[in-house]
Ligand binder design. Structure first.
Ligand code: X5A
Ligand code: ZN
Length: 661
């Protein structure tokens, strides 16, 4: 398994032969810059590199008309004047004698990638291609695009592998109207696009790019457009919808991976940092068993493009995500856009018919906070580095930890059915040190718990030193709370600035803990939501899948992104009530905002059931299904609304959840 990289040097052949300021940005150096970036960072050699082959005429016919294919073929023999004349018949397009060959390679690369993923040769992959595809239509080139690579990939996946649900996520800064038209009435392909729109004054200037375009006939609700209307918006990093996970449940995710939404891009003029693309990728990895095929679309700032491509490939390969910097505050215009999508889509999606949190989160940087540190020429470089904690700062400079997931268990290893690659923790901190920590909590530690505590402290150190990515530890039911208490103290002693504790079941916040913003304590337990402070609150564990998803996507994840922790302690205490798939999803979702640094502490009674999927989720595998979608109960919604209403003044990312009717 692994990550495929599909490419062919010939795709650098097509280029603009005359003067055209609109088209000149689509240049061959885009591909070489992206590839050089991957080589320099040693990412190319970690991929399975496939050499692209041309798509056949029959394959192109899955989307395009025979006449159009013949017309593009004919451009091979046209002279410059004829090429120029033909180009002018389309919107923002240029032809070159090599266009046909390149465009067939680009389409072929997308199909090969689908083959590689659906035959199981690889987990996921990226096709680095030119020309791009998402504006191209059945019988028209458009916006630098000749054949619609991603639409062809979706048709191919349906036809050759019988797939019934394909999600296309288009994060290019432009609306991929070509893909939208092709699948407009097709409920088997959910097309999600966000794009710069400015109420229709941004290219391609179409009313059907707005949020109220939802698809037609059988396809209603399977087109989801999220238009950004503010002229120079900040980055919108994560934002998508529960239903693709809960009700749509795709078998394959195709990404129209345009990087013209990235910082520095002359065309997009947005502010998404390269790290945003790592986070976007990781969030998608919980879908479709991780089967992600990404195909390059736009991206015109060479350095920004290269960095963003690297971030994506790194994440596809399973490396931890680097932190997102900057203020996590969504701008008003973005909130309005999200609201308008919700309004338009609500008739079609059960999960949206409730008030809370159909949206993951939307993070934006405030205008003063524009972080342009990637660009040498940028004047405002100073920004966000100092918002990094010293611990994170240290960790960011290092390569991915050598050990992925480690386990220290009071239960025999064989009983846990752990996946391969999980390491059993043998080491321990010194006996005297363990005893000193335990002495602070004497009443709650039995003698036999001490050996376990020593190992767990060692795991924590491993994570904080960047030796171990994440870990699972078990404790006796009685010792869970005390262990968590010690772990928090040790995190603080070791210069962690922000520790997120997600505590399930009967675990009380340690009494002597200062409420100074260094610890965010969320207890999931009991019957009612309650708020002790902006950093200390509790909410019941929902019993429906809808309620659980709302909790994770509408509360936990926005809080975690807003808090920007350098460590997450996920504790499953007595009577935590969490099922296997729920624990796995919680762990999988918590990885992104903390760069994977999670220590899960589980009381030993339930570890036999949970260990395997928890370890898999921490490892980066897709969590098992939560089961059929069931609507959240009114009480579950009420609890979440109660918290949202009181917390969103401090935790601004909670604002992306829909307001009460
Ligand atoms: C693939 C892509 C953009 C065309 C912009 C024309 N096309 N102004 O990013
Ligand atoms: Zn674009």
């Amino acid at each position: 398994m692994g990550t495929a990289l599909v490419y062919h040097e010939d795709m650098t052949a097509t280029r603009l032969l005359w003067d055209d300021p609109e088209c000149e940005i689509e240049c061959p150096e885009r591909l070489t810059a992206a590839l050089d970036g991957l080589r320099q960072r040693g990412l190319e050699e970690r991929c399975l590199c496939l050499s692209a082959c041309e798509a056949s005429e029959e394959e192109l016919g899955l989307v395009h008309s025979p006449e159009y294919i013949a017309l593009v073929q004919k451009t091979q023999t046209l002279d410059k004047e004829e090429l120029h004349a033909l180009s002018k018949q389309y919107n923002a397009v240029y032809f070159h004698p090599d266009t046909f060959h390149c465009a067939r390679l680009a389409a072929g690369a997308a199909l090969q990638l689908v083959d590689a993923v659906l035959t199981g040769a690889v987990h996921n992959g990226l096709a680095l291609v030119r020309p791009p595809g998402h504006h191209s239509q059945r019988a028209a080139a458009n916006g630098f695009c000749v054949f619609n690579n991603v639409a062809l990939a979706a048709k191919h996946a349906k036809q050759k592998y019988g797939l019934q649900r394909i999600l296309i996520v288009d994060w290019d800064v432009h609306h991929g109207q070509g893909i939208q038209y092709i699948f407009n009435d097709d409920p088997s392909v959910l097309y999600f696009s966000w794009h710069r729109y400015e109420h229709g004054s941004f290219w391609p200037f179409l009313p059907e790019s707005d949020a109220d375009a939802v698809g037609q006939g059988q396809g209603q609700g399977f087109t989801v457009n999220l238009p950004w209307n503010q002229a120079y918006p900040e980055s919108h990093c994560e934002d998508w919808r529960v239903e693709s996970h809960s009700s749509f449940d795709p078998e394959l995710v195709l990404v129209s991976a345009g990087f013209d939404s990235a910082i520095g891009d002359p065309e997009g003029q947005m502010q998404a940092t390269p790290e945003c693309f790592a986070h976007l990728t990781q969030l998608l990895q919980v879908l479709a068993g991780g089967r992600i095929c990404a195909v390059l679309e736009g991206g015109y700032h060479l350095e920004s493009l290269a960095q963003s491509v690297c971030m994506m490939v790194q994440t596809l390969l399973g490396d931890p995500t680097p932190p997102l910097l900057g203020l996590m505050v969504p701008c008003q215009s973005a909130l309005e856009s999200i609201q308008s999508v919700q309004t338009a889509q609500t008739p079609y999606w059960t999960s949206l018919q409730q008030n809370v949190a159909p949206v993951l989160s939307s993070s934006t940087h405030s205008p003063e906070e524009r972080s342009l540190r990637l660009l040498g020429e940028s004047p405002t470089c100073a920004v966000a580095e100092d918002s990094l904690s010293p611990l994170l700062d240290q960790l960011c400079l290092r390569p991915a930890p050598p050990i992925c997931t480690a386990v220290a268990s009071t239960v025999p290893g064989a009983a846990l059915c752990l996946p391969p690659g999980v390491l059993h923790q043998e080491g321990s901190v010194l006996r005297e040190e363990t005893e000193a920590w335990a002495r602070l909590h004497k009443s709650r530690f039995q003698d036999e718990d001490l050996a376990t505590l020593g190992k767990i402290l060692c795991l924590l150190d491993g994570i904080m030193d960047g030796q171990i990515r994440n870990a699972i530890a078990t404790t006796t039911a009685l010792a869970t709370a005390a262990t968590l208490d010690v772990l928090i103290q040790r995190c603080l002693a070791r210069r962690a600035q922000r520790v997120l504790c997600v505590a399930l079941g009967q675990l009380d916040r340690p009494l002597d803990l200062a409420d100074d913003g260094r610890i965010l304590w969320l207890n999931i337990r009991g019957k009612d939501a309650a708020i002790q402070s902006m950093f200390h609150f509790s909410t019941p564990l929902p019993q429906t899948t809808g309620g659980f998803l709302s909790l994770i996507l509408g509360l936990v994840l926005p809080l975690a992104y807003g808090f920007q922790p350098d460590m997450v302690l996920m504790a499953l205490g007595p009577a935590h009530g969490l099922q296997n798939a729920q624990a796995a999803l919680l762990a999988a979702m918590l990885r992104s905002p903390v760069g994977g640094r999670i220590l899960a502490v589980v009381e030993e009674e339930s570890i036999r059931l949970l260990a395997r999927s928890l370890a898999q989720a921490l490892h980066g595998e897709t969590p098992p299904s939560l089961g059929p979608f069931s609507k959240a109960t009114p009480e579950e919604i009420q609890a979440l609304m109660f918290l949202k209403a009181r917390l969103e003044a401090r935790w601004k990312l909670l604002q992306v959840a829909a307001p009460p009717p």
